[in-house]
Ligand binder design. Sequence first.
Ligand code: WT7
Length: 637
Amino acid sequence: MVKYVVKKGDKYYPSDEMKKIAWIKSDSIYKEAKKNPIKFWDNLAKQGLYWEKLWDKTYEEKLPYFEWFKGGKLNASFNCLDRHINIRSMKDAVIFVPESTKEKTQKITYMDLYKKVNRFANVLKSLKVKKGDVVSIYLPLIPELIISMLACARIGAIHSVVFSAFSDEALKTRIKDGKSKVLITSDGYYRKGEKKDLLKKAKSGIKGTKIKKVVVVNRLNKKIKYNNKFVSFEKESKKVEQYCEPEIMNSNDTLFILYTSGTTGNPKGIMHDTGGYLTQAYWSTKWNFNLLEKDVIWCTADIGWITGHTYSCYGPLSLGGTLVLYEGGLDYPNPGRWWKIVDENKVTSFYTAPTAIRMFMRLGEKWVNKYKLDSLKVLGTVGEPIDSDAWNWYFNKIGKGRCPIIDTWWQTETGANMVNALPGVGPFIPGVAGRSFPGIKHEVVNEKGRKSKKGFLVQLSPFAPAMLQGIFRNKKRYRETYWKRFKGKYDTSDGAFYYDKDNIRITGRIDDVIKVAGHRLSTAEMENVLNGDKFVNESAVVGIPDKIRGEVPVAFVVLEKGKASKELEKSLIKLIRSKIGPIAGLNKIYFVEDLPKTRSGKIMRRILRNLLTKESLGGVSTLVNPGCVDVIKEQLV
Ligand code: WT7
């Protein structure tokens, strides 16, 4: 088996074998990019993508807005499909692995995908979708999700994908905010052997919205009553012309919006442009995973999250790569499933979250040892800080000590990976993400915004091409969330410190956002649900450390009426799951008399969390009701 890394001291570096195949072999690229990042990205955009018209200006900045490749024109679906057709028409674009092992793996070539996207783009047109319209997509991990996204991109519609495990309520909020008139969904999907009814949730989610048409993909062969409002994905695709001319878009036209949690109850519609986003999706996929022509990439994230948008769709497809899409549960029918998929499809580049790794650690290595895993070349991790135990297990058991681990820090807002180590450069250090991707600049700063060994992670100008364009229909929130704390610097809301001169270690969120199993949740959103219950007066949700899921949410609830009981706890936990989705499963509820608050009425969640984790509480003198802290403390023992 080829060894791609060597150990030097407590760090790993690329081996000669890795250097031989690496796109980037030395850190001179960082220096070159640093000299003139704008010129650096200008070159990459030209080399990586097909442009109908090149730009007049590479970068323009009027903070809090900035624009890449101004005046440039291109189409994202053309870049992911048409330009590969001559040279890679028979190459697999998507290897779809259905959950049931009785169903066959489906290999979709670039030609197949091209045809399907063209037809579905014409279906969208027939439903009166126009350039600039928002189309909501509520689909499981099946090829039609990718087809729908690319079909939107083809006609210049903005897609807004909503994670299929989100609740009907969550779907409704996102449809309303996006003002979409068309929804693409499916009759359901398979999860752990069961049939899940997605259409039922979709039907309830569109009530009270402006949705006029619902396109339904047939996944479970259910009998659906089609009519003027509900139409069939498959039947409509047969009715239309086979070719759809791609709409020529401006580089700065919005390609998609994707909702993510912030510090208030309402999710934010993060907007990404076409040219800048696609440029960085392309190059980060190529360099991070050292993707070669014959390679196969598998990013296990659902496309309902940004990781899936960039590394299960736009990145690999713009490169003409082959990606694996797996529909189902990670341990179905047994915990060896993922590794079976890796072997069977000769996956070279594998990308997952620390939570999944910790789950497999717990399930035991016997499931891993059944498989060779010798096709693997680069392993990636994302979504939350990875602890050294999980890092070492991933490195030794999955990578067999041969593969570099690329710990990629980024966010929904940044669109693509921003801080990491490149496979041909290294070093690979457990728990340390690394340094800014070439052509991007980060700094760790103190409260005053000055460079500091430990503190807040910020990004500096020129801001990376894949960075968000704004928050959909909310300029004020955009400015206040990212640009208020540090003048002229993008505020990531993550804490970090310098591990050494070059490399950064990320410590995690410093706002009221928590990461549960790598998924981003807003404590405020959960509190809104709790506070809406007739028994609840007020509540505070905090994240506490968890061995598998990284963090889990627990709530402190002050009751309005009724009595604290196991039943009430259960029903409130159920309420949150149904209003947001199963990822928002509360671990526990503490019923308390009062919550610690500042004079301005802000609930001090930090104090509550520290009470649970037994960390020092910090000052309680600013509280209006310091006495309640001791009361809660007694209740916890
Ligand atoms: C937050 C963003 C980026 C795709 C998935 C998450 C945390 C992400 C890492 C990492 C430490 C990480 C941060 C960030 N995070 N990657 N490699 N090491 N923390 O996107 O849902 O927008 O969450 O995830 O806290 O701010 P997201």
